[in-house]
Design a protein around this ligand. Structure first.
Ligand SMILES: [Zn+2]
Ligand SMILES: [Zn+2]
Length: 137
């Protein structure tokens, strides 16, 4: 099912014609630092199915414990966090909070649970992974 979304101010928009069922709540320190939120929820999208449809985003590159660089795209105007991309992956992650309809996808698991803020309580039974998604990251 196609997903559409964009930033708070509306300057940056995207469309993804496909996505996987891997929707992850990420508790890593990099998601926290780059968003200012206590966790980020991401839906995994095949790179080939994703396109920016309005103004291009701004981007920030950083290192992590992955061997390749991470690129995080955000709106240069209003700052909304939009995508997370690893150079060596055929998938990218789209922030569920930036979807036009966030309820159209369902969380499947928690990742980087070891970095979760201790006071953040989660009342779900979803699988919890110490690091990234078990299958791809
Ligand atoms: Zn914006
Ligand atoms: Zn993260």
């Amino acid at each position: 099912m196609a997903l559409e979304g964009g930033c708070f101010c509306g300057k940056v928009r995207y469309r993804a014609d496909d996505h996987t069922e891997s929707v992850a709540h990420c508790h890593c320190k990099h998601c926290r630092a780059s968003s200012g939120a206590t966790l980020m929820t991401w839906v995994e999208v095949p790179r080939a199915s994703f396109a920016w449809t309005a103004e291009p985003p701004a981007a920030h590159q950083h290192d992590s414990d992955w061997p390749t660089e991470i690129t995080r795209a955000f709106c240069g105007e209003c700052g909304t966090s939009l995508t997370y991309e690893r150079a060596d992956s055929e998938f990218l992650d789209v922030s569920v909070g930036s979807l036009d309809d966030p309820a159209s996808v369902s969380p499947a698991h928690h990742v980087y649970i070891d970095s979760k803020i201790p006071w953040l309580e989660m009342g779900d039974d979803l699988p919890r992974h110490a690091r990234g998604r078990p299958e791809s990251r």
